[in-house]
Design a protein around this ligand. Structure first.
Ligand SMILES: NC(=O)c1ccc[n+]([C@@H]2O[C@H](COP(=O)([O-])OP(=O)(O)OC[C@H]3O[C@@H](n4cnc5c(N)ncnc54)[C@H](OP(=O)(O)O)[C@@H]3O)[C@@H](O)[C@H]2O)c1
Length: 270
């Protein structure tokens, strides 16, 4: 048995990655393995996808995977067995854990071939994610392709220039889906406030966010140009956008992203 990619954890994010890798035929089920803490999640994932499941990280590492992907919660990193520092000698390590720095990873996996810190986001669960990642050291071309193959199965993926960029990625695309969800809630509430029936307000808000996102994706125009094209002089959209400008929507978003970035740095240093 030759395992190519082994996952620590089999929860929401790992399950999304594994299913995307199989859907895109990047790997066969027999190339992939996982293990979890209490077996429940790894059993389910293994049954659903046909990938191998191991009872422990120790036994999974005996299969000598090329890459070990860390998909447990950041606070669960400390629970991994001490033997992992030896058994990951020469292995490429990919972390998707929020707030765990490359320094911290290097101390847990001192013998790894290379280490990657990445920040995916929740739309990755439906193949529409956005991920930023960074290698600890200059990467071999083969390793870069392997990492790109795995992360781009979740959607858009881009290597960043420095570790602080991972905090910036966290503030924009990591936390960003929540900003959009919050905007959808605000649109729904506004719909109800101006007199729409509640179910219709909800459907209109949902389909407007989805429709605008699809149009942005399919159009070659910058969102600012798309905005201009729906804004007739003295029309309804202009009235709304002037209200946004007066309430400084862009400033609100700038401050929110800064707050998220500051918090990400704080958590990474904790
Ligand atoms: N959800 C997202 O969209 C998202 C976005 C960006 C980054 N992330 C990162 O992705 C990681 C996973 O998040 P998630 O939402 O997928 O979490 P989750 O659904 O709670 O899954 C965590 C998994 O880790 C396993 N686990 C815990 N301790 C373990 C141990 N000692 N050995 C082996 N497996 C262990 C759990 O096993 P049991 O079920 O058996 O306990 C479970 O399968 C986190 O670090 C998070 O920061 C997630």
């Amino acid at each position: 048995m030759k395992i190519k990619v082994a996952f620590v954890g089999a929860g929401k994010m790992v399950s999304a990655i594994v299913k995307s890798l199989l859907r895109s035929r990047t790997f066969e089920p027999s190339d992939i393995a996982c293990c979890s803490a209490n077996d429940g999640t790894s059993e389910t994932l293994s049954e659903e996808t046909g990938i191998f499941r191991f009872d422990s990280i120790e036994s999974m590492m005996e299969a000598k995977p090329d890459l070990l992907a860390l998909g447990c919660k950041p606070q669960q990193l400390a629970d991994l067995p001490d033997s992992i520092s030896e058994s990951t000698e020469g292995t490429l390590i990919l972390s998707i854990m929020a707030g765990i720095t490359l320094d911290r990873l290097s101390s847990v996996f001192p013998n790894a071939r290379n280490l990657v810190r990445s920040m995916p986001n929740t739309p990755g669960q439906v193949g529409a994610g956005a991920t930023g990642f960074l290698f600890a050291r200059e990467a071999e071309e083969e390793d870069r392709q392997l990492i790109m193959g795995i992360l781009s199965s979740l959607g858009f993926a881009r290597e960043v220039g420095e570790e602080r960029d991972v905090d910036r990625v966290t503030a924009i695309s990591g936390s960003g889906p929540a900003y959009v969800f919050e905007f959808a809630c605000a649109l729904e509430e506004a719909g109800k406030d101006i007199g729409l029936e509640s179910d219709l307000a909800k459907e209109l808000a949902l389909h407007t966010v989805i429709g605008a996102a699809k149009l942005m994706e399919e159009s070659e125009l910058h969102p600012e140009e798309l905005r201009n094209r729906v804004t007739s002089p003295n029309g309804t959209t202009q009235a709304a956008l002037e209200s946004f400008a007066a309430d400084e929507l862009r400033e609100i978003v700038r401050k929110a992203a800064q707050a998220a970035c500051d918090r990400s740095i704080e958590l990474s240093n904790a």
